[in-house]
Design a protein. Sequence first.
Length: 191
Amino acid sequence: MSDVTRLLDAAAAGDLAAADDLLPLVYDELRKLAAARLAGERPGQTLQATALVHEAYLRLVGDGRPRTWNGRGHFLAAAAEAMRRILVDQARRKLRAKHGGGRDRVDLDELAVPTRDDRAADLLALDEVMTAFAREEPGKAELVKLRYFAGLTLEEAAACQGISPATAKRHWALARAWLFAALTDPPVPSG
């Protein structure tokens, strides 16, 4: 059993010292994950990778609720999901009128660049599509989270899910096609 797995089990059992010892072992991986998530954000983003790592880590092990992790891959997938939720929450906050949502900011030097609100709306659209996809295809949605949000390779994601790389490749192709169609095709009005 690796040190990470042992500490994850101890932290899940409520050992606060184990949770403190765990962070240095997974920090670099979480930091890379957070940096990858924030790379697509507009420059000047107020949430930095370090803050995203700390917020996600607190949601995972710092809230005192018992959790069981099935190893490093499961923990990283949960961390990726926590980071995604934090970014979605921040996008929703930015769209509220209280935080400037609904106002058009016009900067003549960056007229062709999408606005912060556009990016926030895109993130919300992706979250909505991922939620719908997870209802229809939960296993394939988990594969997307492992690949896209956790940054795992196809082989690593397949191992985390207990499926063969060939099956993971088929699921990945289907998921990408489904998500692309959902994000690019307008919904057909009913009635």
